[in-house]
Design a protein around this ligand. Sequence first.
Ligand SMILES: *Cc1c(COP(=O)(O)O)cnc(C)c1O
Length: 455
Amino acid sequence: MDAAEFRKRGKEMVDYIADYMETIDKRQVFPDVEPGYLRPLIADCAPQDPESFEDVFKDIEKIIMPGVTHWHSPYFFAYFPSASSFPALLGDILCGGIGCVGFSWAASPACTELETVMLDWLGKMINLPEEFLAEKDGQGGGVIQGSASEATLISLLAARTKMIRRVQSEKPELTEADIMGRLVAYASDQAHSSVERATLIGGVKIKSISSDDTFSVRGSALKKVLDEDKASGLIPFFFCATLGTTPCCSFDKLLELGPICNKENIWMHIDAAYAGSAFICPEFRHLLNGVEFADSFNFNPHKWLLVNFDCSAMWVKNRSDLTGAFKLEPLYLQHHHQESGLVTDYRHVRLSHQFEHLVRQDERFEICAEVILGLVCFRLKGSNELNEALLKSINEAKKIHLVPCHLREKFVLRFAVCSRTVESTHIKFAWQHISQLATDLLKTWEKNHHQQKQQ
Ligand SMILES: *Cc1c(COP(=O)(O)O)cnc(C)c1O
């Protein structure tokens, strides 16, 4: 493909994507394919002779689209949103065009400098304390990670290094292995699985802290476990607080937890992967109060700020905690400039309350956690089996798409307002659909239940 053909094909691709976006509501949100559907549709190995671009292009509708889950459909209410917007798509094209790898300042100065300044902007938009900003000569600053999971891992590893150095400075007789064996990290029983995975990779223990009846971790719950662990010779070093938990969007009590972590020299990382974007709105900023106690903070513009995957924004108070923990400098990376350094759619919140209102009007259902942002956790009053059957019928009908979670022992349906184009009518449609499936299910369920009783 030469530049002339690229111009032509590029315009066709833009048209294809614009058409896809404009008509996405006509596509079935979840595909019909079975596992292994794709392999028989394509050749066993790469062809010796090239195919025309037209033929390759046709394969998008023939082979790929039948197996796509349409995350940007207004009928997609699963997981959390994955952001996408036309400006972000154009940005991705430019990025691909420049095609540089910005691993150091000299590798492409605009990369590092733009990243640093944009993260200052974003930090100011959510009113992060100044210590987290790079500005002209601050100690802190932001850095883009691929995912919130990586941000958690990076902060855990930095915290581990910091604590090992601290302990060794007091007790030089202890080896790194001695100390590692006693390090403990903590997170809510509602925390994302990436926190536990970070401890597996980091080779340290983790303990989960019980959340209260609003699914939030309280200071007292953390304090109790810390006291027990210190008494038995363990070394607490890391606490991951969650703002907007994945199962039900609950918020840990930063103002209680922060001072405890600071007093105990425990690194506090805040995972606000989904909720973070909402803190731009003055009416939600109070949910971030207590961030001043944290060592690191992270949220995902790629979830709820119209920026395509992957873009996870992470800030630290001390950049040197990160650069110091992972410093390796092969000669080819050395350079004398070594110290290298949006609008969003909160209609989602209004729409989640609309859905909540519809659920609350139906006595067969219950709301399972406070609705704060764009996620509603709900279920039929009754057994887990009944709710599993309801979710199965919803996802088999493929009109809308949802995923479940467990809250305590309960099987709960999660309704996350995801698409940028979702409207009140889609919410109403989704509720009417769920409610009808519940009616159908309850009929057969009661009959079967009745029969079982008679047998
Ligand atoms: C979505 C989510 C994650 C995972 O985000 P990735 O960027 O996919 O790693 C982590 N924590 C919370 C609270 C989340 O909601």
